[in-house]
Design a protein around this ligand. Structure first.
Ligand SMILES: Cc1cc2nc3c(=O)[nH]c(=O)nc-3n(C[C@H](O)[C@H](O)[C@H](O)COP(=O)(O)OP(=O)(O)OC[C@H]3O[C@@H](n4cnc5c(N)ncnc54)[C@H](O)[C@@H]3O)c2cc1C
Length: 355
């Protein structure tokens, strides 16, 4: 099964000076997506293949596939896209992935709250548009943090949406450097600012679901503030774009096989309906690396436990997952692992990429 598919770029426009929005037409593969999911692209740079994930910013009912890519200083892929991509070019991407979403229902009348920082707006824009279209009785509050006015991605589109969904969509821009009429809206989103927002602007008690996507320290601060103000873990969804810290919910080895004294593991991989086995060391090589070394075309992207491209289910044996920023706790409970972060603990493991 081909994991990567060709997409033709049908539109390119700048949303701010250093970020482009690409509209893509798939030439094969099923690119039906759920709001909040991302695409993983690949490209060779001087003989080295890089894979980068970008969230879909289109709503589910818009009938288009769009991503927004912000140029990172010194960043290889994002700079290449921002400086080179033009209409008619072709890109390669995997089918949409990710679980940064919750189900919508026409009869629901929910209150959603989202915090986005910088390019973290992309999946939230997709969620926001989908929810407001599909749930006529729901309302959405977006708190969008940026350095200044000139770095607000999708500024005009957000204004248009506010007018379209008058009374159902509230947008609060927090700007780090540009001052605004209301003092509270200037500066960084920290614990104090969250507390004041929840006191004066956001009815936190009525919030059913919260989404956060942005720089990691900001996400951790907001997540803690939400919990301090009464939300529980399953009311908060996080999407991390890059990782600097160990993640939550590591899958620790529960009971290392008593007979496990050898330094190697027999790994069995089920993928695309076929089963392959190989022997790998218990130390020094992740399950993903070992699979690739053994010529198995296992899926991956970030290799940092941030995206879930390499997700698989552990059917037998024990592994240690050293970082996890992508799987939900319930997925870990069900046996799902990020193979890029896993080292075998038992003499035999069986891993299924097809589930
Ligand atoms: C699930 C997911 C969704 C995402 N969605 C989006 C999105 O919608 N929009 C978006 O803009 N981004 C998104 N990202 C982030 C994106 O995938 C990339 O991480 C980002 O664009 C940077 O990639 P790059 O190749 O340009 O930078 P890289 O080349 O990876 O560089 C990143 C940083 O590291 C520095 N660096 C690189 N090499 C070195 C070195 N050798 N020594 C020291 N420093 C170095 C660079 O200067 C730069 O600051 C998402 C990430 C994930 C995981």
């Amino acid at each position: 099964m081909a994991r990567f598919h060709t997409l033709t770029v049908t539109d390119v426009h700048k949303t701010i000076r250093d970020a482009v929005v690409l509209t893509l037409a798939p030439m094969g593969g099923d690119f039906d997506f759920v709001q909040g999911q991302y695409l993983t692209f690949r490209r060779d740079f001087d003989g080295e293949e890089l894979r980068r994930s970008y969230s879909i910013c289109a709503g589910k009912d818009e009938g288009i596939l769009q991503v927004g890519i912000k140029r990172v200083d010194g960043g290889t892929f994002s700079t290449w896209v921002n400086e080179n991509i033009k209409v008619g070019d072709q890109m390669e991407a995997m089918q949409p992935m990710g679980s940064f979403h919750t189900a919508t229902s026409e009869n629901d009348g929910k209150s959603y709250l989202a915090f986005a920082g910088g390019s973290g707006i992309t999946p939230i824009l997709s969620i926001l548009k989908t929810v407001l279209t599909r749930e006529p009785n729901s309302e959405f509050t977006l708190v969008y943090a940026n350095r200044g006015v000139s770095s607000i991605m999708f500024r005009e589109e957000l204004e248009d949406l506010k007018n379209l969904y008058l009374g159902r969509l509230t947008i609060i821009h927090i700007l780090e450097t540009d001052s605004q009429d209301i003092d509270l809206f200037t500066g960084r989103v920290d614990v104090e600012k969250c507390a004041l927002l929840f006191k004066h602007w956001i009815d936190i008690k009525s919030v059913d679901m919260a989404y956060i996507c942005g720089p990691e320290p900001m996400m951790l601060t907001i997540s803690k503030s939400l919990k301090d103000h009464g939300l529980d873990d399953n009311q908060i969804k996080l999407e991390l774009f890059a990782s600097g810290q160990p993640g939550r919910a590591k899958r620790k080895a529960k009971s290392v096989d008593a007979a496990s004294h050898t330094g190697t593991t027999k790994a069995t991989i089920i993928m695309d309906g076929s089963t392959r086995s190989f022997t790998m060391p218990k130390d020094g090589v992740t399950l993903l690396e070992a699979a690739i070394e053994n010529n198995i075309d296992a899926p991956f992207a970030c290799r940092a436990g941030v995206c879930a491209s390499c997700r698989a289910k552990l059917l037998e044996g024990e592994v240690e997952m050293v970082a996890n920023h992508a799987l939900e706790d319930y997925e870990v409970e069900q046996g799902y692992i990020l193979t890029c972060q896993c080292y075998p603990m038992s003499d035999k493991i069986v891993v299924d990429y097809d589930q």
